[in-house]
Ligand binder design. Structure first.
Ligand SMILES: [Zn+2]
Length: 53
């Protein structure tokens, strides 16, 4: 999984864990989110920059 900010690879240990965490490379706060997409119910996980609002 790539960091959306610095594009370095990040190892995801727990794909069910959606708690924000700091990128070990650039320090940005990231969150794993489920992208429901809409294609035949497929769920994609992706990393996004954490929105604090
Ligand atoms: Zn990063």
């Amino acid at each position: 999984m790539k960091c959306p900010d610095c594009e370095e690879d990040i190892e995801i240990e727990d794909w069910m864990d959606d708690k924000p965490f700091g990128c070990p490379h650039c320090g940005e706060i990231l969150q794993l989110v489920t992208d429901e997409g809409g294609y035949s119910g497929a769920n994609d996980k992706r990393l996004v920059l954490y929105d604090k609002s």
